[in-house]
Design a binder for this molecule. Structure first.
Ligand SMILES: *Cc1c(COP(=O)(O)O)cnc(C)c1O
Length: 354
């Protein structure tokens, strides 16, 4: 039976390691600081009387609202099922399987690799160090003929930022053979560092956004692809005919009213403050060897020993372990509410007292 299936599978799918999360692993816990979700949830109730009809392929009210929020024209905005679908659409639209490659800067968000591999597109694996400090000339050489360059900004899970000037420089130097994809999943936590202004100046920039993080709607599965109309045009041919359900569109519209955006921004201010407190505690803890301080609603630390995770597990405190820079002792802690972060303090105190 297994042999039969294996014969059906293309090699790249047989060899694929799926994206793994606490949810997919069915881990149980009570405090969820593993997926960079917002701790703030809204009560939403909607009345629907048109579910017998297919939805608008691109719901106009949502597109208008997001265009207004990001100061763009409607034709520069494409709504997707999360930023993850944006990643997939770009690879499907622009990359020729078994021929093209995407460039990415490790360590970074895991879905670029999973998506490229599942479409038989090669990885041109560069490093965050090269992206942050390498000369532009050597970066351009390393990017070579890669079709897409994924710059996660702020970078998940390190929090590192590349300046808009540097992105502009890379975009100009790679020229029109390559698209620069700036994944701004966490940009609401440092909005002044958005690459949005580059959409006018450069012709090869795509920006990915999501409602999953600062907007507190990870369960909705909504993202946006922002770019020039000429770049979005072929993507519009590839996207499913009705990607966004009527229900999702109604809720997303609500999340993008001026008052909802103000609420989101207040929550960002609070979360950024909680984060400073957590960084301070981590720096003082005997359990922690180093703390990466960057942008985003998470703090990534290196533990002196992974054994302290057993204590967290017993407490029902779920965080995201990572192997980074050759060490398996890294841990990303999402910024939750004060009660959730109290659990992190209790955990760190318990270790300090050992
Ligand atoms: C969370 C995350 C995404 C996925 O966003 P969805 O809109 O939930 O699909 C994309 N990129 C990065 C860097 C992320 O951290």
């Amino acid at each position: 039976m297994i042999n039969f299936i294996e014969q059906l599978l293309p090699k790249n799918i047989a060899n694929l390691t799926a994206y793994s999360s606490a949810k997919s692993e069915k881990i149980t816990g009570s405090t969820w600081l593993n997926a960079n979700e917002s701790p703030f949830s809204q009560q939403i109730s909607i009345t629907l009387d048109d579910l017998n009809r297919y939805p608008e392929p691109q719901p106009e009210a949502v597109i208008n609202a997001y265009a207004q929020y990001s100061n763009l024209n409607n034709n520069q905005v494409l709504m997707t099922r999360g930023a993850d679908e944006g990643i997939e659409l770009l690879i499907r639209t622009f990359c020729i399987p078994q021929q093209d490659s995407i460039a990415l800067f490790l360590p970074t968000y895991g879905m670029y690799k999973v998506t490229a591999e599942s479409h038989n597109v090669a990885l041109n694996a560069l490093t965050q160090a090269e992206l942050q400090t390498g000369s532009i000339a050597s970066l351009i050489k390393e990017i070579g003929t890669s079709k897409l360059v994924f710059i996660c900004n702020p970078n998940n899970p390190t929090g590192a930022m590349v300046s808009v000037d540097r992105i502009r420089e890379i975009s100009v130097q790679v020229g029109s053979k390559t698209l620069i994809v700036v994944d701004e999943a966490y940009i609401e936590f440092c909005p002044e560092q958005s690459a949005l202004s580059l959409l006018e100046q450069c012709n090869n920039i795509v920006i990915l956004r999501t409602l999953s993080k600062a907007f507190g709607l990870a369960g909705l599965r909504t993202g946006f692809m922002l770019s020039r109309p000429e770049i979005l045009a072929p993507v519009r041919k590839v996207i499913a005919p009705y990607p966004v359900s009527t229900v999702v569109a109604r809720i997303a519209e609500n999340a993008l009213t001026p008052s909802s955006i103000t609420t989101m921004q207040q929550q960002v201010t609070d979360l950024n403050q909680f984060k400073q407190q957590l960084i301070k505690e981590c720096k003082q803890s005997s359990a922690i060897k180093s703390v990466l301080t960057g942008e985003g609603n998470f703090v990534t630390v290196e533990l002196n020993s992974v054994s302290v995770l057993d204590i967290a597990k017993e407490m029902g405190l779920i965080m995201r372990p990572f192997t980074l820079f050759g060490s398996n002792a890294w841990l990303r802690i999402s910024i939750g509410n004060q009660q959730e972060l109290k659990q992190v303090s209790i955990w760190l105190d318990a270790i300090n007292q050992q």
